[in-house]
Design a protein around this ligand. Structure first.
Ligand code: F6R
Length: 597
């Protein structure tokens, strides 16, 4: 149950557990793990082998019948991922006489394993035969009720780790966080691995049957530096609030060892990075959601400081498009979790194309993205539990700026410019502390949002993606419809939305676009829109009663200003959601790691 609670942020539509003890006892509940806990408190169960699951619905509504574990005859199963050919399998299985009690794709896996088991052999063999029939991505935990001393595990595109507990038990989970209370040493399974854990230890096999036998493989354990306390709330009410406040430290940790006097050493990208960096003539960034917004900001840095053309694309679009690749293009994948299915698929596609070796920007060392990329720039944000990404975003921006500086060095960046950027980065944690100190004023401002249905966010240049990120935060945790526009685009349509009382949030750094932005904001004022401007203290904005509210930030350093301006928008979304009483850390319909397409 502790493991389930720690994993809950990844999916929270329903939760279930099945324990084998003579027979099998299964308890499933719609909603949070707390619902399952109450059911178990009222009617406890015990056993020596079990599987449990928190669900983010893909096939079938979030309800009890669709909750995992699923059962077919002697087989009890939990599954993450998607089975693409489930309809065809379901048809065959129905003809074979199997009954379906759910609308999930998972049930076909249970039936398929049961089918092979009923034809002889042990669970491991039945699972490996069933895998040949499945198309899709999955991580599985499977028990045969008649061989209860073992659990069979499969990894194929969805993450799965095994931990040996100090209590002599063996455990597996889709994330190391779930097991930190029993171990910090993990075996990370690779795609195609089948493992069996039990009282007698762990055995791992390559999934392919050779002459009817599975071939054993070795997977060395790795120690994680994470502590079980890394994911405790401390003095905060929500993980999102904690993670917003973690940002000065997270940025300091991400910069640690990466600034040398007034330069960024090539070595931050690993041994031999200089040759790769020398070859870069263009950059292609691929990511999803908040990580995509980080890429959009970075595009400005790559083009301005390094003079290399940079394209940024949403991974789910990129992966289905014909690639036209400029010679010498560096492929950069950005992902907090490193498990986002679309980003991983984009990376797999890029590896088959004519890109330079790939670079991952990621927050999870054990993740698939880190393992599958040629080079890695880790963000050291620490575990991010709130579903809305905060500190991952700002630390992604820091690493992307470092990368832009490495490329800038090749493009003849003046030493004074480089030293200036290094100084800005060193100063950044204290600028972020100053931005956090605005929380009481922003909390007050949030009161004007709680009864609104729509909000516009405006920005220009590299602050346009910051406005996009502000709008995403607002919509995902407060459920208020929020859209971001490049301020210059307003008059080409969206201005029609603005009427009396419509809140329009703007990010106003003191940069070369300030005068243009001010004109755009006048267009909003003239239509009765209420302006809430987060402005650099040197930008010369003045509050006018309730209709123009200016909150000043100290963000004079231009390059890092997008990082500083992000914080007040995160805080605004947080306090709006708090007033609305939404589930801030686990907003409806979402999950933290999107391991399905
Ligand atoms: C929004 C958010 C998502 C993620 C997106 C990609 O707050 O967290 O938009 O940014 O699902 O996730 P990663 O970065 O793990 O690939």
């Amino acid at each position: 149950m502790e493991g389930l609670r720690r994993l809950e942020y990844r999916g929270y539509d329903s939760a279930g557990v099945a324990l084998v003890n003579g027979g099998v006892r299964r308890v499933r509940k719609l909603g949070k793990v707390a619902e399952l806990q109450s059911a178990l408190d009222a009617d406890p169960c015990a056993g020596n082998a079990g599987v449990a699951h928190t669900r983010w619905a893909t096939h079938g509504a979030p309800d009890e019948a669709n909750a995992h574990p699923h059962i077919s005859g002697r087989i009890v199963i939990v599954h993450n991922g998607i089975i693409e050919n489930y309809e065809a399998l379901k048809k065959t299985q129905t003809e074979r006489g199997f009954d379906f009690t759910s609308e999930t794709d998972t049930e076909v896996i249970a039936h398929q394993i049961m089918w092979h088991l009923s034809r002889g052999g042990d669970l491991l063999r039945a699972v490996s035969l069933a895998l040949k029939d499945l198309k899709g991505t999955y991580a599985l935990g499977v028990i045969d009720v008649e061989q209860p001393g073992h659990i069979v595990l499969v990894r194929n595109g969805s993450p799965l780790v095994i931990g040996a507990g100090a209590d002599g038990g063996h455990y597996a989970a889709s994330d190391v966080h779930a097991l930190l209370q029993v171990t910090t040493d993990f075996i990370v399974l690779e795609n195609g691995d089948i493992a069996r854990i039990g009282r007698d230890g762990v055995r791992i096999f390559n999934g392919e049957l050779e002459d009817g036998e599975l071939r054993p493989v070795e997977r060395a354990p790795v120690a994680t530096p994470l502590s079980p306390h890394a994911i405790e709330l401390g003095e905060f009410d929500h993980f999102m609030q904690k993670e917003i406040h973690d940002q000065p430290c997270a940025v300091t940790d991400t910069l640690e060892g990466r600034l040398l006097d007034d330069t960024v050493p090539d070595g931050i990208l690993g041994p031999g990075a200089a040759a790769l960096l020398d070859a870069v003539k263009a950059v292609q960034i691929v990511a999803c959601g908040t990580s995509y917004h980080a890429g959009l900001v970075a595009r400005h840095w790559f083009e301005e400081f390094a003079g290399v053309p940079c394209r940024v694309e949403i991974a789910s679009e990129f992966r289905y498009r014909r690639q036209v690749i400029l010679p010498g293009t560096l492929f950069v994948a950005i992902s907090q979790s490193g498990e986002t299915a679309d980003t991983l698929a984009a990376l797999a596609l890029a590896k088959k194309c004519d890109y330079l070796p790939s670079v991952a920007i990621c927050n999870v060392p054990e993740s698939s993205l880190v393992r599958e990329s040629d080079r890695v720039l880790m963000t050291h944000a620490g575990p991010e539990i709130g579903v809305a990404s905060t500190k991952a975003f700002t630390t992604q921006l820091v690493t992307l700026l470092l990368l832009a500086m490495l490329l800038g060095k090749r493009a003849g960046m003046e030493p004074a410019v480089r030293a200036g950027l290094v100084a800005q980065l060193r100063n950044l944690p204290s600028r972020l502390e100053q931005a956090l100190a605005l929380e009481p004023r922003i909390r007050e401002l949030a009161q004007q949002y709680a009864d609104k249905n729509h909000v516009l966010f405006l920005g220009r240049g590299r602050h346009y993606p910051v406005a996009m990120e502000g709008a995403l935060k607002m919509k995902e945790i407060s459920y208020i419809h929020a859209e971001a526009y490049a301020a210059g685009e307003l008059k080409h349509g969206p201005l029609a939305l603005v009427d009396r009382g419509m809140p329009v949030v703007s990010v106003a750094p003191n940069d070369h676009l300030l005068a243009k932005l001010k004109s755009n904001l006048q267009e909003v004022r003239a239509r009765g829109g209420v302006l809430h401007v987060f402005a650099d203290s040197g930008a010369g904005f003045r509050s006018e009663g309730d209709s123009v509210v200016v909150i000043e930030l100290n963000a004079p350093e231009n390059a890092v200003a997008p990082i500083v301006f992000t914080l007040p928008l995160q805080i605004l979304a947080y306090h709006t959601a708090l007033l609305k009483g939404t589930d801030i850390d686990q907003p409806r319909n979402l999950a933290k790691s999107v391991t399905v397409e």
